[in-house]
Design a protein around this ligand. Sequence first.
Ligand code: NDP
Length: 341
Amino acid sequence: MTPILRWALIGASDIAATRMIPAMRALGHQVTGVASGSAVRAAGFAAAHGIPYGTVDVAALVARDDVDAVYVSSTNERHRAHAEAAMAAGKQVLCEKPLATSFDDARAVVEAADRAGVLLAVNHHLPGADTHRRIRELVRSGAIGRPLAVRVSHAVSLPRRLHGWRLGDRPGAGVILDITCHDASVVNPLLDRPAVDAVALPARQGPWQAGSEDAVVAAIRYRDDVLVQTHDAFTVPFAPTGLEVHGDEGSILAADVMTQDPIGEITLRDRTGIHPVDVGARRDLYEIVLAAFAEGCLDKGRPTATGHDGLAAFAVADAVLRSTSTGRREAVRGLPEELDA
Ligand code: NDP
């Protein structure tokens, strides 16, 4: 039985409205309040979604007795301040990705959670998906032998209603912090070793005069010379997403698995032939995140992406982002050696 949580939302956002509130309610959780930077938006969002309390006062919201946990889905540059405000009130925090807009800020959020003794998880919806769990099981069972390479296709079309801050030039905009960090949230636990360095080429392809990259191709080297290539974009309307994992004894091809919905098919190819892989149950990805978070609040389970996982995913995207500025291969920050130094 999943524990029932009472949630405060920081951020009157699209993702809260379209995915998270429905998922919270599907699990029987309650949404007790919402904070926005605008009083009008707070009141409007609360009314539209049947939330009893809307405010611009984040500190007052997170201090309430009817709040067990806080979901932060404000714009990326506000995540650190909002997560830290909730943690300072002793509340468990589920923060949207990316954790922050710089590696140092992202690490500070994780350290603040450790200091406060609260649970911090990051809303990476993909690693908990039933498809990705199955792919990890296959790799861990040795089905493809030694992993050598991963290809991630995560080029999609940005819906019109989201043509706002993502296409601007402020910190937190662009496709890399939006999508590449999701890729890393999948590849990091799949390869179960740290990313070492990355090199990337950005592009501006859309018709919208983007202030930041809206497409990027990156090559990322993980420890033991495992190579990962990613293609992320806001500009590609009809391509399927996908993940391929290639080893010295087999390959896993997974189509349509880098999405927000519980879809996608997995195929294993090895010396015995081509085999469809049974995924089993296909649960809502956001309900999986919330259920695991709730278990984590009671120390009964582990979030699908902890704060440390979110930091590791951010670090990969951060190296990709830096490479697009410098034109050089950039080291991934946060390797165990760096943290020990
Ligand atoms: P939105 O643009 O819908 O919301 C982000 C913030 O923008 C809101 O908190 C709100 O600020 C402000 N805002 C929204 N609409 C308006 C408006 N009409 N006028 C003025 N301000 C507005 O962003 P998303 O929901 O797409 O993303 C929010 C966060 O969630 C991001 O960090 C993103 O990376 C993440 N995300 C995660 C996904 C996942 O699958 N894990 C998927 C999509 C997004 P205020 O609250 O102050 O009113």
